[in-house]
Design a protein around this ligand. Structure first.
Ligand code: ATP
Ligand code: MG
Ligand code: MG
Ligand code: MG
Length: 576
């Protein structure tokens, strides 16, 4: 592709409504354009990224034995009435009427339609298992569309639906999908975690979300660094040994002076023998705390009383502390806080540690945490958007029943994630509601066992950017980049050699099937480089007269600080 033929439209500033970095950068790089709340045009540059996502998802779905179809975006309400979802779904479901007054919905997902297909098409056990998928536009009238493509109202989802003859086979189909999802997210080159999610009324463990780890993620996830336990917050809360909400009503931190709290304040307020029973406690106030009071500041405290057998304690973003760091022993904490040895150790905390809160922090989510004693849990705990990961570490027994860590003394780490995929075993919920049966080996009708599997196709590039960017712009993993290589000829209009070398390299890479862009716009080098760094193309070749005289070109990897000189004769093989 030549830049003169393509459409490139970059911005110096992001629009004011762009809060998170991915939204800002996608707007600035000219990848998306807003049409309305949660509704975006995919501009040519953005569409290329989305198509890369689609291609990998399609390849892996096909490899896993799923078959692609395409279901209507606008669906008759009648089917949705059969499952009851036309009435029960709430305002996220966009309901429309045609000229005859017939009700329709715009698909937010497609269980009804796919089940309707299956009940008509699948007669015998011999036709099972089947997995149908589509990559299609969805509409959800989200309460709070935001962050650009991250939480749109119109978005593209890959949705797959498996049909099986029995539970065992359905669970096998689920595992095939879960495995395919790992391959997919591995190929994107993203750091992610598969976490247990709430499986609703069906029960069991067969619901997992795939969460791309990012500080700006809307979901909180809990994992154990020493075991394979990982769950989203709802799931972890559901397993908590005490009713945290009830326990919370008594717990709130009052700050004597606005923006200031001491450990002693907390101890007094909680009215508990804190120093004798509490090993660790992390809490924070929110804009509105559990008592409904508005406090505009956020406080992070780590209260300690225990012994050196605590294997790890992390103080996260305690305002007033210069750095966030991990402490291996209580003695180290003493030292860091400037206390005499033993203050925070076995003798207890004698001198309150004063924590000064000096700024407002945007709040993302609520979470329950507390002491490792029943009934001392605290709700209304929140994270600031700028907290490092993992945000905090709490004693594992605070949160999870049944000690998922191997030694029972592990810690739980909490970090934030972006849900990019979800696999879900459905059982016969939809097949029963819609009477989708097949004949088994004995000629008896049976309800089909189902599963559903979603991937946020348009959310994924946003999640990738949250994880891969710097102050100059996006840094695409190769698999997602709109162009893999960009050639930047420098002053080509004045140098026939530069032009010839650029054209030749372009032709060679094109022939080899590389997604290559030739920037023939005649821009100044600085402007050209800034554009491609913003857009995030992972490999750039600068071809200029000076280096060319020595037979070289400049090869710049987006992820690296400096360019390297590469002989013109070798550059194609370096890139291929
Ligand atoms: P969320 O918790 O973020 O609202 P969800 O659990 O409602 O997502 P699912 O019904 O599981 O979403 O849909 C499958 C996938 O579709 C999600 O994992 C997510 O990646 C994507 N998705 C859901 N809602 C949106 C949205 N509003 N914008 C973009 N992608 C979305
Ligand atoms: Mg949702
Ligand atoms: Mg969700
Ligand atoms: Mg989900």
């Amino acid at each position: 592709m030549k830049a003169s033929q393509f459409f490139i439209s970059t911005l110096k500033e992001a629009p004011a409504d762009a809060e998170v970095v991915s939204h800002k950068l996608m707007m600035r790089a000219g990848m998306i354009k807003k049409l309305g709340a949660g509704i975006y045009t995919l501009m040519p540059m953005g569409l290329r990224v989305v198509q890369k996502v689609e291609a990998i998802v399609r390849e892996e779905m096909n490899r896993a034995g799923a078959v692609e179809l395409s279901m209507p975006v606008v669906q008759p309400a009648e089917l949705w009435q059969q499952t009851g979802r036309f009435g029960s779904m709430g305002p996220e479901l966009l309901r429309i009427a045609d000229r005859h007054g017939n009700d329709f919905v715009v698909q937010p997902t497609s269980e009804e339609v796919v089940t309707d297909i299956a009940r008509q098409e699948i007669r015998s056990y011999k036709q099972l298992p089947k997995n149908f998928y589509q990559i299609q536009t969805k509409f959800r009238d989200e309460r709070r569309p935001r962050f650009g493509l991250m939480r749109g109202r119109e978005f593209v989802m890959k949705d797959a639906y498996s049909f099986d003859r029995d539970q065992a086979s359905a669970k096998a189909s689920y595992q095939v999908m879960a495995k395919a999802y790992r391959r997919i997210f591995d190929r994107f080159g993203l750091t992610y975690r598969a976490v247990a999610a709430d499986s609703g009324a069906i029960g069991g463990d067969l619901s997992e979300e795939f969460q791309v780890i990012a500080a700006t993620g809307e979901d909180a996830i809990v994992y154990c660094p020493t075991s394979d336990y990982a769950a989203n917050m709802e799931k972890a809360e559901a397993l908590a040994p005490v009713d945290p909400r009830k326990a919370a009503s008594q717990a709130m931190v009052k700050t004597p002076t606005p923006g200031m709290a001491t450990c002693a304040d907390v101890a007094t307020f909680l009215n508990i023998p804190l120093w004798n029973t509490v090993k660790s406690l992390v809490l924070a106030t929110d804009e509105t705390n559990v008592a409904g009071e508005v406090c505009k500041t956020q406080v992070w405290l780590l209260l300690l009383r225990g012994d050196d057998s605590m294997n790890e304690v992390k103080v996260s973003k305690v305002p007033g502390l210069a750095t966030n760091r991990r402490f291996a022993t209580l003695a180290e904490i003493d030292e860091h806080f400037g206390c005499e040895p033993g203050y925070l150790g076995p003798l207890g905390l004698k001198k309150p540690v004063k924590l000064v809160v000096d700024r407002e922090v945007a709040v993302l989510a609520d979470w329950v945490c507390g002491a490792n004693e029943a009934d001392f849990h605290i709700t209304g705990v929140n994270w600031g958007r700028d907290l490092p990961e993992p945000n905090l570490v709490v004693d594992i027994r605070n949160v999870v029943a049944g000690d998922p860590s191997p030694d029972g003394l592990g810690v739980l780490a909490i970090e934030r994630g972006i849900e990019v995929g979800h696999v879900f075993y459905l059982g016969t919920k939809y097949s029963q509601a819609m009477k989708a049966t097949f004949l088994d080996q004995n000629g008896k009708p049976q309800f089909m066992e189902m599963g559903c599997y979603g991937i946020g196709i348009t959310r994924l590039p946003a999640a990738a950017i949250e994880q891969n960017h710097d102050e100059r712009g996006i840094i695409w993993p190769d698999a997602l980049a709109p162009f893999t290589v960009v050639i930047c000829p420098i002053n080509a209009e004045r140098s026939p050699d530069v032009k010839a070398a650029s054209d030749a390299l372009y032709a060679e890479l094109m022939t080899a099937g590389v997604d290559v862009m030739l920037d023939d716009r005649g821009e100044r080098p600085g402007a050209m480089f800034a554009d491609w760094e913003l857009i995030g193309v992972p490999h750039r070749v600068n071809i200029g007269d000076r280096a060319l005289k020595e037979g070289n070109v400049e090869y710049q990897r987006r992820r690296e600080a400096a360019a390297t000189a590469v002989p013109l004769a070798d550059i194609a093989s370096v890139l291929l």
